[in-house]
Design a protein around this ligand. Structure first.
Ligand code: GLY
Length: 318
């Protein structure tokens, strides 16, 4: 990001726990501590105090809570603002923006509790309106594509920039080279185009921006998890009512952690389903998605009840 001149948080990288502690003691809190590797959405710790930051180093680098992802730790400036997910389909040269989305990473309502892989999402995110998408691609995605191509690694696929919309402007928190879950579900509900054809055009280096049409409706998805997630949770929990949810007009249920056992649908992961709906407004999409959620009967199922509220408040100017 620094090479490509993409705005991001100041950071330092450590392979040695004591060096990380020394740095933290010098710069002070708040800080963001990141394990450099896959940690099932749990490897980012927002430390409000020095103690929390030092404990995070201990957890990641000494106790190795995330295994080899703790070999390297990133200690970052804590950015303040509202998060948005910004995804582009890329064909190595071109980056075509999808509409914005907003994920809800904390497990409980009002953004409380530990971080998860995502408890729900909606699109568009009012904090990143359609009118800003091209500008955002120029700022956060196209410079990275150019650097990758220059390095001999032209990138083809979905490049997902996790943004923090700060008072100083948008800053990139992270990139993912995939669609993002649960952002993918509302984004695909809105896509008015042929996804496999879009992907093949990207592979051939001939992506046509006009092929990524979007419905102007809003989409919102609510994730149903197994109780206990992101901590320990049971698998094999019986699930019923998917057809009932799917029959609510505008609703589609996406499966993630499910399996068929003895002919019946059961849970097979922490994040189990994403009940997604289209609506003419964010409030309507929320109401319809939750009408779908109410039809799903899952033993020890859990979901947030406030997906979309932040956006609804922003649209109301609150
Ligand atoms: N929802 C966040 C992610 O997919 O990384």
């Amino acid at each position: 990001m620094n090479r490509a001149n993409v705005p991001t948080a100041h950071c330092a990288v450590f392979s040695d726990a004591q060096a990380a502690r020394d740095h933290i003691n010098k710069v002070g809190a708040p800080l963001v501590i990141k394990a450099d590797g896959l940690a099932a959405g749990k490897g980012v710790i927002i430390a409000q105090t020095l103690r929390e930051a030092l404990d995070a180093i201990d957890e990641i680098m000494t106790q190795r809570a995330f295994g080899d992802a703790g070999n390297l730790v990133v200690v970052e400036e804590c950015l303040v603002g509202e998060e948005a997910s910004f995804l582009c389909v890329c064909d190595g040269v071109r980056a075509v923006p999808l509409p914005s989305a907003q994920d809800h990473k904390r497990v409980f309502d009002n953004d409380e509790g530990p971080n998860t892989g995502g408890m729900g999402a909606y699109s568009p995110a009012p904090v990143l309106p359609d009118s800003m998408l091209e500008e955002m691609a120029d700022l956060t995605v196209r410079p990275i594509l150019r650097e990758l191509a220059k390095d001999g690694h032209p990138f083809v696929g979905v490049l997902y920039a996790g943004l923090m919309m700060t008072a100083q402007g948008p800053k990139v928190l992270e990139y993912n080279v995939r669609f993002g879950d649960p952002e993918c579900q509302p984004l695909l509900m809105r896509l008015d185009g042929d996804l496999p054809a879009i992907m093949m055009a990207a592979v051939r280096g001939k992506l046509d921006p006009a092929s990524l049409g979007q419905t102007s409706q809003t989409a919102l998805g609510v994730v149903i998890t197994a109780k206990g997630y992101p901590g320990p949770y049971a698998k094999g929990l019986p699930i019923e009512g998917i057809e009932d949810a799917d029959s609510v007009p505008g609703v589609k249920v996406f499966h993630s952690g499910t399996a068929i056992k003895d002919g019946s649908l059961v849970s097979n992961g922490g994040r189990v389903l994403c009940v997604t709906a289209l609506g003419n407004s964010l409030a309507e999409a929320k109401k319809t998605a939750y009408a779908g959620v109410a039809k799903v009967r899952m033993q020890d199922g859990f979901n947030r009840t406030d997906i979309g509220d932040k956006g609804i408040r922003r649209l109301a100017g609150k």
